[in-house]
Ligand binder design. Sequence first.
Ligand code: C2E
Ligand code: CA
Ligand code: CA
Length: 879
Amino acid sequence: MALDLIKATALILALSLLQGFNARFWGERHAARAIGSGLIFGVMCVVGMMMPITLTPGVIFDGRSAVLSMAALFGGPAVGAIAGAVAAAYRLHLGGGGALVGVGVITVSVLLGLLMRMLVSRGKVAPGFLPFLGLGVVVHVVALLFFLGLPGDTAKRVFETLALPYLLTLAPATALLGMLLLDLDERQRTGKALRDSEARMRAITEAVPDVLMVLDEDGRYLKIRAPDEKLLVADAESLNGKLMTDVLPPEKAAMFQDYVRRTLQSDSAQVLEYTLDTRGGPRVFEARARALDVTFEGRRAVVLLTRDITERVRLEEEQRIAAIAFESQQGMMITDAYSVILRVNKAFTAITGFSAEEAIGQRTSLLASGRHDTAFYRAMWSKLHADGVWEGEIWNRRRNGEVYPERLSISAVRNADGMVTHYVAAFMDITFSKAAEDEIRRLAFYDALTGLPNRRLLSDRLGQAMASTSRNSRHGALMFIDLDDFKNVNDLLGHHNGDLLLQKAGARLRDIVRETDTVARFGGDEFVVLLADLPEHSIDAAQQAERVAEAMLAALNRPYVLDGQTRQTSASIGIAMFSGSTHSIDEMLRRADLSMYESKQRGKNRLHFFDPVMQETVTARLRLEDEIRSGLATRQFCVHYQAQVENGRGIVSAEALARWRHPDKGFIPPAQFIPVAERAGLMSALGQQVMEDALQQLARWAHKPEAAHLSVAINISAAQLYQSEFADSVLEAISRTGAPPGKVVLELTESILLGDVDGAIDVMQRLRARGIRFSIDDFGTGYSSLAYLQSLPINELKIDRSFVRNLPASEGNLAIVRAVVALASALDVKVIAEGVETEGERNALAGNGCQFFQGYLFARPLPADEFEGLLREDLLRAR
Ligand code: C2E
Ligand code: CA
Ligand code: CA
């Protein structure tokens, strides 16, 4: 009987293994798992009841009480209830007298199991063999008590035969079953914990950006995990199981082998920095390795985490380079966006004198020299804003106040949004280089002896002048000047005096030309002068060039004092005119040079134009000058008289106008010979003759009753007025001819008077004291200024011909006439209009207060006898 009990118990224990399968099968699905578990426990009870110990028919003993108490203890109320229900149903189905007692035992077993579960969960009891045994004893003692309720002597027989084996078998069986279930439970719990921690580990390793490798002591890849296979030398799959010596270059393999060995010998992590040609190109890595506790196929191994630090290394390198660059020879300064200095280098301190402590926190205006205006800085900032860089030369001030030039470049640093965050300034003190540059410039472009520009600079300026004349269609002139017989000075007085003479000659040339012209020395005794910006009209331009050249000849002719000795020398000049860049620079120089030789050939001390037309005008003019000279000698000049009329009174005076009766060309008008005579310095002689003639005529008229009232107006040129003996010569001529001084009027133009106002006033006052009157000729065309008019002893204003024309139609002219008349009346002087050709003009003048006229309307300039005829007619008409 006891053996049967043990068999039943063994079967139950075996079936309990099904619980492990059930738990794995359902996993985390708790309800299904509870139902399955309850059914298994129920079936275990049923199987027990199928092979029971039958004491009397209807009364059976089996292991259900052990099973159910454990089902309730491990599975909880649901599992216990399901298992209990299945067991109770089957017991009721078997029926018999013990059925109800059997159901009672089932119920009590579940309840006691639940009670135990409660104690365990509250920590009152710890699960284990003895508590389970205790539960088994209690359950089965209570079951035995239930058997007392069996009818008749059955209860008595139970206690006599079965009670002891029942208790001794099923109580330990309960404990054993408990231990099996406990083990099952624990195994499941540790399995889950293991699975969880593995999943966590995987998640963690996958999140690491590093390459993870396990290498054994031979250098064999056991495991590789890479976030990016580009970081490996080959794909992870193919590396697995290979030796490093098979895939890495020998020296790298050796290095890693050594590294693995070091790691295995140490119990701390080993660090290694290395470069490797990976699938993604050469990279820099930092590895950390640690020896593993486990072995792989008997070999020790290390785990190695390696990180791509290429970018970091690059940045560090850049920083290192930047730091070295920052401490360069150049002054460096970093500011924020508001020009506040953040950082300076040692060169900054060396150049500016400000230490880092003094400079940092200050604004860059700390260095301002005050030499640049706001426009300069405004231009600098607008360039910086537009282009992000500025470069240039700037004057700054050192700490000791000294102002110095520096070459400065500023760069703006922008952030990702394009906002300027910093400015970086690099600068160099160019005090010395600027001086050196000036010196080099001087040596390269200037002649050492005279300090004048040399051939190179002249060529440069000639090119510029040619380009500029091609734009504005004006003219330029290039002159070659060679001192005549300079060799003699050198030979006779020595090189020292030769040099001195060259310096003086250069200075004289320089004095004659304008600031914008260039006087250069070509070595030896050759000078080259470049005149820029000459008039548009070629003849005008050539004449201006010629005037300058003549002035140069005169200047070079002046005596030189050398070592106490006086020397005189002349020069020859060749002139080539240009407008635009039709000829090359060399061709221009060649032309001027050739023309200079021409001058020499023609007898030195003269100028010669390259251009034949130019030369012809010069030659013609020179011929004219000669003819004027001989004309003066042979008295070819005479005087014509043009009537001056007072409104309603007839002829009151005459203007004396010079005429040239040329032996071949007939009458030549003054416009053609007066400017030439002026240039040739012949004007005073000519003026003298006119004056003589006019005064003689005046004296004659003074004795003729019909002409005795006439005054004569004589034109005076600048050359005459400013001659020191002018006033004396006039007075002498008057007394010699016997002309009445009160009838003499001298016509002067405004421009003549402005030459030397004080000198002119002196002369005029001396003459006026003798009754001579003065008229301002061509009035209105010069620089009329009330102030100077008031200070001049004048008697008459002569309205210029150009203002008479088109009267009264021209409103502008009318306004001028009115103004001159008003001015004359304010100054209390007479006003006369010249060039009156029409009645309309006369009437307009008269209507506006001008009562004196001269012009073709009344008479042309006439020889004296014809003029006298006119005078007679006029008198007859007046009667
Ligand atoms: P000017 O002193 O302004 O002389 C007036 C000029 O205007 C004269 O020209 C005369 O002939 C001209 N003329 C007079 N009425 C009319 C007119 O109704 N219509 C026009 N179209 N012209 C008129 P001319 O004689 O040829 O003299 C020219 C200039 O030469 C003079 O201008 C004067 O500046 C200068 N000149 C003449 N003779 C002498 C002289 O003996 N000594 C000096 N220094 N200059 C003189
Ligand atoms: Ca005149
Ligand atoms: Ca005039």
